[in-house]
Ligand binder design. Structure first.
Ligand code: BGC
Length: 595
């Protein structure tokens, strides 16, 4: 081949690719500003295509625009790890074998660290896991304020203090979104109990709304620039929060200038006109109760699907209504699924385990330590009794939508055995709570009196006792879909602790929970540790703190009232909590928690 021929071929090649460039639509050109790409894509879409964007196509994905090569949005819970894959159209797990994640500590633990830098590391790591799993939207973090210690979902949130929550949620969101994955801050707003969560109508003063319940969401929008927000199931001043004019149109989108997407909670939409006009953008999970029940229906029957298209076609609703939603959804797709230079993510590695362990260690709170019983330095005691079901039970299973399928979970018992030597440790379960099941309690089959008697015997023969109890992720404990029925520890743990103290004064109580509990034994027990739900590195982190390798530095992000009536929401009785099943009045107003 001579030189002239080679040059001519290069020239033709260059001209061809320049032609191809010229023909490339603006919306596909990553060098163009995002708003230009959004407008270009919108201008190419039919009304039907725009409407499609606003609804689910499966349990956890919403439509793209196949004709234009604009991808679907894939979502996953959140907020403590990336949930296992769910079937296309049922709540059943899909049975994949590549979806076992790193479990990070529950957000209550993160809040207790009071450490924004750690929150950023948490967000960055969980976002990378979501990205590797090809998710575009991570359904979290949850920032509903801790109003009552019986709320079944407090463990997923960050406590009672609006300032603490706001300071910690911002770096979490930034960390997640750096992966090209949207955080979806939830549940906006006033979803502060699980009882009647689907319809209870919350009444709260403007002052309490703005001072207590909105600041974390506001920080998420204005400071962290969160890309999506999930509406709450409940009603506020007579309108469901997933299509609530005041919350979504006026406050979120107008006052805070939110340019992202409002997604329903699963099954949180109830009406086409309201959904169209009151600020909702994507409808997910309709005709389900959000956890278990299904109905025979097509995604085309969603409030924002055919019925919405019909109103638009009939001129009952202006096209500007769908254009605004489509713009927001396209923007979200360009920010995530079509993000230029999007990282690939990473899933289950040492670095993520390290973040999980550090959050766990920094979140653990030392509540009491008489006579410096802690730390229990290895070698100081010959016989160590570990008593309590939470020492050996998986606490990443159960709890509702935040349930995780984990790659590994080091239990407190395993961590303690590794720290002190297996031969020094004797374990006795002490009580039994039964398996976890959504929406119902399965009574434990074991004889509680027998378990208790065995544990007391073990404690009597030991030099020191670690009692590891608290709540768990069963229905009516720390679990979505129901509130706790009592403020006391369940499964007669108070009786067990009292009996242990009769035979051994050196009882260290370690509580795994995301909620405050009554402590009738607080005067008798020499040391108390609040250890939350710590995720994959649970046992390692706990053993590091108990042994003194790590100095406990966590601070409570919520109050432990002595009695339930000492909590302001409960002080005002039924109208305040849980309401009369229709309405609820936040009579304590701004007097939430210690403030
Ligand atoms: C929960 C949400 C969750 C969604 C999807 C709902 O039941 O309230 O927090 O993200 O389900 O699983």
């Amino acid at each position: 081949m001579n030189l002239t021929r080679i040059l001519t071929m290069h020239l033709i090649g260059a001209l061809l690719s320049a032609g191809a460039m010229a023909q490339q639509p603006v919306y596909l050109d990553a060098s163009q500003p995002i708003e230009k790409r959004v407008e270009d894509a919108l201008s190419r879409m039919t009304l039907e295509e725009k409407v499609k964007l606003t609804t689910a196509q499966s349990k956890f994905s919403s439509h793209g625009v196949p004709r234009l090569g604009i991808p679907e949005l894939w979502m996953s819970d959140g907020p403590h790890g990336v949930r296992a894959e769910i079937e296309w159209n049922s709540w059943a797990y899909a049975g994949w074998t590549n979806d076992s994640c790193t479990a990070f500590p529950a957000l209550t633990c993160l809040a207790a660290s009071f450490n924004p830098a750690l929150s950023y590391a948490y967000g960055k790591a969980i976002g990378a896991e979501a990205r590797y799993r090809r998710k575009d939207v991570l359904l979290g973090p949850g920032v509903n304020i801790y109003r009552t210690p019986v709320n079944g979902r407090n463990f997923e949130y960050m406590g009672e203090d609006p300032l603490v929550v706001a300071r910690l949620v911002v770096p979490y969101i930034k960390g997640v979104q750096e992966n090209g994955v949207a955080a979806c801050v939830k549940h906006f707003a006033l979803n502060n109990q699980e009882e009647w969560r689907g319809h209870i109508n919350v009444h709260v003063s403007d002052r309490a709304l703005y001072e207590i319940y909105l600041p974390a969401f506001k920080a998420a929008v204005e400071e962290a620039k969160v890309w999506s927000v999930m509406g709450a199931y409940n009603q506020f001043r007579g309108e469901h929060c997933c299509h609530n004019d005041l919350l979504l149109n006026k406050i979120l989108k107008h006052d805070w200038k939110f340019d992202g997407v409002v997604i329903t909670d699963w099954g949180g939409a109830h009406d086409t006109r309201q959904a169209a006009l009151n600020g909702l953008d994507i409808e997910m999970g309709s005709y389900t109760n959000g956890l278990t029940s299904e109905a025979e229906f097509g995604y085309d029957d969603y409030f924002l699907a055919k019925p919405f298209l019909k109103l638009l076609n009939e001129g009952e609703l202006p096209v500007s209504v769908i254009d605004d939603k489509a713009r927001r959804i396209l923007r979200l797709i360009f920010r995530t699924a079509m993000m230029p230079g999007r990282p690939w993510g990473r899933f289950v590695n040492e670095e993520h385990s390290d973040v999980a362990r550090r959050v766990a260690e920094e979140g653990i709170v030392l509540l009491k330590n008489d006579n410096r019983l802690l730390p229990v330095v290895p070698g100081r005691y010959r016989r160590i009794a570990v008593i309590g079901e939470n020492a050996s039970r998986s606490l990443t299973v159960g709890g509702g939508s935040s349930e995780l399928k984990v790659k590994y979970e080091v239990s407190p018992l395993e961590g303690i055995r590794a720290m002190y030597g297996a031969s020094a440790v004797v374990y006795s379960k002490g009580y039994s709570s039964g398996p976890s099941a959504y929406g119902r309690v399965i009574e434990p089959g074991e004889d509680q009196a027998l378990l208790r008697a065995e544990a007391v015997k073990v404690a009597a023969g030991a030099d020191i006792v670690f009692f590891i109890g608290g709540l768990n992720k069963n229905h009516h404990q720390d679990c979505e879909g129901g509130d706790r029925l009592t403020y006391n520890l369940p499964f007669d743990q108070d009786v067990l602790i009292a009996e242990l103290l009769k035979v051994n004064k050196k009882v260290i109580v370690v509580l795994a929970s995301g909620n405050a509990v009554a402590m009738p034994w607080v005067g008798e027990v020499p040391a108390i540790v609040q250890s939350w739900y710590l995720g994959s590195e649970s046992g390692n982190a706990l053993a590091n703190v108990l042994s003194g390798r790590v100095n406990p530095s966590g601070k409570l992000p919520f109050t432990f009232p002595v009695r339930l009536e000492d909590n302001a929401a409960h002080y005002f009785g039924t109208p305040s909590y849980p309401g009369d099943s229709i309405d609820q009045y936040y009579k304590e107003d701004i007097l939430v928690g210690y403030r």
